[in-house]
Design a protein around this ligand. Structure first.
Ligand code: DAT
Ligand code: MG
Length: 154
């Protein structure tokens, strides 16, 4: 019986995690004065802010965060850009958070992003594209842990 209750607790905990995603408002968004408007769109779309910080990535942090792209030709440029100025990092909560947030930010390249999306409205280019959104529940968890300790999540 004790084992069964523990399993129920674990299932419940995992289910919570699927409703969270991780975002960064990237240096171009901050530089261009879009921080407030983007945060407003995120809140208006029904996301609760569980954690948030205004910070600047070190080269090591940016390299690690985008490690998956290390072999791509744009990796060096990406790391340089992501460390070029401050960012806003946040954990967001909502039903279906990962997919709904990717829909809100739009396609990687603003030229291909749907009307009304954050990237269509505010991104400069495919490289300088205003906002990051996790691509899976697993990565949302990894990326959130990368930026926030348990005590910083509310
Ligand atoms: P996304 O941010 O939509 O998940 P991604 O994970 O494929 O896109 O790439 C991560 C970031 O790398 C992306 O937001 C901007 C940059 N990037 C991707 N493809 C690029 C390209 N072809 N040229 C320049 N930068 C690129
Ligand atoms: Mg991605």
């Amino acid at each position: 019986m004790k084992c069964l209750s523990l399993r129920k607790i674990i299932v419940k905990t995992n289910k919570m995690a699927t409703n969270r995603t991780f975002t960064m408002l990237k240096p171009d968004a901050i530089e261009n004065g879009h921080m407030g408007k983007i945060l407003d769109m995120i809140i208006e779309a029904g996301f609760d802010i569980k954690a948030m910080k205004y910070t600047r990535l070190t080269e090591d942090q940016a390299k690690k965060f985008y490690e998956v792209h290390a072999e791509r030709p744009f990796y060096g440029e990406l790391v340089e850009y992501m460390t070029s100025g401050p960012i806003v990092a946040a954990i967001l909560e909502k039903d279906n958070a990962v997919a709904d947030f990717r829909a809100l930010i739009g396609a990687t390249d603003p030229a291909e992003a749907a009307d009304g999306t954050i990237r269509k409205l505010y991104a400069e280019s495919k490289g300088r594209n205003a906002t990051h959104g996790s691509d899976s529940d697993e990565n949302a968890q990894i990326e959130s842990d990368f930026h926030f300790s348990a005590a910083e999540i509310f």
